[in-house]
Design a protein around this ligand. Sequence first.
Ligand code: 13P
Ligand code: SF4
Length: 360
Amino acid sequence: MNAVVSEIVEKDRRLSPLQVPPTVIEMLDASERASLVARIQRLLVEQDATLVAHYYTSPELQELAEATGGYVSDSLDMARFGTECKSRTLVVAGVRFMGETAKILNPEKRVLMPDLHAECSLDLGCPADEFAAFCDQHPDRTVVVYANTSAAVKARSDWVVTSGIALELVRHLAERGEKLIWAPDRHLGAYVQRETGVDMLLWSAACVVHEAFKADALKRLRAEHPDAKVLVHPESPLDVIAQADVVGSTTGLVEAVRKLPAKKFIVATDNGLFHKMQQVAPDKVFLEAPIAGKGATCVSCAHCPWMAMNGLRNLAQVLETGANEILIDETVRERAVQPIRRLLEFAKQRKRVVLGNNDA
Ligand code: 13P
Ligand code: SF4
């Protein structure tokens, strides 16, 4: 193996709090909710459309997806479902890279999103032109990018990767003697680098939700609840990951809740995931891992502001009007689909679900 390099790219790509919108939760009274649900159910049938939602969206959207033959899952599994689903239209409730991935894999389908402003701080922290220039400076390195990137960044990569299979893929590439560029998540990259010892240059963006978890406060909470197991998404800082009993993708964390005998969990990920956790284990207790400055200064307050842009009102509207369609330049799409297919093939060869393992 090459001598290990763990280098953070010089420029810090983390967003400032001013670049992060406030988290606005859609408020509906019972009668408006019921009439929107009925309207959306009718429109999904009329439009031959299927709703695919991420675990971080609202309980209403998740329940509606499951009640109408749609799907709720993690980022890449949502896209995999899209490839298997027969509907002509996919409505993706999540953030934009998820809609783009669905379109990249399913160009013949119409892909709609409730709000095209639903960004992701990792995607925003990795502009395609600057990233391409960086890759050009290191032509000897294999380019591995996380699913949380734009179609154009994926098009510049050799591999797309997800948290559920990152360690396995990086070890595989290192066995072939490859040195890597890793983008965009500095924390996930540092975790993978530490676990594998592989030579990786790290881009320096971060998730505004997971970066806010605080190791000191987590230590205190663990002391108050010694019977709790700690579940951590690997977009969190290393000193938070170090305290985890399970590190995993969103599906991996849900599976841990389902399988572990523990009755209490401290969870370091977006609190949207608690709905699914509560569904799979109604008798168990879930505590939020502590975040920076809860109240006055927290930026995301453990709930992604962009995920919160998905609601029943804008979902009904896009189904009615056909607005917010995801369109991707065909040249970009043709390039971007290759590293995604490579990942799917790698996962298949290893007989692994792409996401959903709990050893990310
Ligand atoms: P998963 O792929 O684990 O669902 O993660 C997506 C994401 O955006 C986590 O913040
Ligand atoms: Fe991006 Fe973080 Fe939101 Fe996930 S939770 S979509 S990584 S900003």
